[in-house]
Design a binder for this molecule. Structure first.
Ligand code: ARG
Length: 308
């Protein structure tokens, strides 16, 4: 729901945006807490993305546990309450808590949780457990089917892996290509009453938007340019004043699968240039080690979900 200067549905390129800037979108309250799922049953079992290639059976469980607790401690230290969801046996990817639900707050201040339609059969089984958690925590649960005719096919949608809120604004960035179907976004835009900016992801290494796009605050974003097309890059530059480009090397080290909370940016260790760039833009980088989770194609951003 933006002012008349801005499109109200999906936005695919900058042509209709001459009069529209980020200040035209209503303010949105940011969630300040974190939901995580202990890695009790975490393993790499089947190859679902290029990072998992050659990693089946190689997870060091004890180390994974230590890394998970260290990340949880950092989140607590920077002022977030960390809530946890009970892990479920045999659902090894349930630890990637960003993918099952897109939480938000509607125009009346009511909390909602839009459920994912995961691409992989095994991961679809995680969603009902998250649904239960959100219901128990006062959220209204929505599904894509709510926005469709009874027999219409339901598009794939991987929640916060691909749909990322613009910090503090009622505006969504929607990645599609590998996991989420483009068709999901007109439905989501209508269902949530928010415009969605579409970003085509065609490099299979950057299979979720959260692997190549990290919103730092209302004005700033870090991206790996190579993951986007010309339209996508124009859109990102239109809405963010500061676009920090990171190298392919750092992007493949999951530097962009980071989370920015109150000026601190928690990210996988070892991305020297990204850390320098963050400091020079006034952010406080906090490096953690998520090596075991990277074997599954995930790092900091996808190991947690921001909740109210
Ligand atoms: N193995 C998981 C998958 O392929 C990793 C998910 C990581 N999450 C993310 N948002 N990038 O689905």
């Amino acid at each position: 729901m933006s002012t008349l200067a801005c499109p109200a549905s999906v936005i695919e390129d900058v042509t209709s945006l001459t009069e529209c800037s980020i200040a035209d979108f209503p303010k949105r309250m940011e969630p300040g807490n974190v939901l995580m799922c202990p890695p009790t049953y975490f393993t790499v079992e089947t190859v679902q993305n290029p990072f998992m290639d050659g990693k089946v059976g190689t997870v060091d469980k004890e180390l994974a546990g230590k890394q998970w607790h260290a990340l949880k401690d950092v989140c607590t230290k920077i002022g977030c309450e960390v809530k946890t969801i009970e892990p479920v046996e045999n659902l090894e990817d349930m630890v990637f808590a960003a993918n099952q639900v897109l939480p938000g707050i509607d125009d009346d201040g009511k909390l909602f949780a839009l459920l994912a339609e995961m691409r992989h059969e095994k991961r679809r089984q995680e969603v009902p457990w998250y649904r239960q958690w959100f219901l128990a925590n006062g959220y209204k649960v929505l599904t894509l089917a709510d926005g469709l005719e009874a027999d219409a096919p339901v598009p794939r949608f991987e929640a916060q892996g691909d749909a990322i809120w613009h910090p503090s604004r009622k505006l969504l960035w929607g990645g599609y290509g590998s996991r989420t179907d483009k068709d999901a976004y007109p439905i989501i835009s209508k269902l949530l009453n928010v415009p969605v900016i579409l970003l085509n992801l065609s490099d299979s290494r950057f299979y979720h938007l959260d692997t190549c796009f990290c919103a730092l605050n209302e004005d700033s974003v870090m991206i790996y340019e190579g993951a986007f097309d010309k339209n996508g890059l124009e859109l990102i530059r239109h809405f963010f004043k500061n676009v920090i480009s990171v190298s392919e090397k750092d992007a493949l080290n999951f530097a962009l699968n980071a989370v920015s909370i109150n000026g601190s940016v928690i990210l996988q260790k070892g991305s020297v240039h990204t850390v320098e760039a963050l400091k020079s833009h006034g952010f406080t980088p906090i490096e953690v080690d998520t090596s075991e989770f990277m074997k599954s194609g995930g790092s900091v951003f996808c190991m947690k979900m921001m909740v109210y």
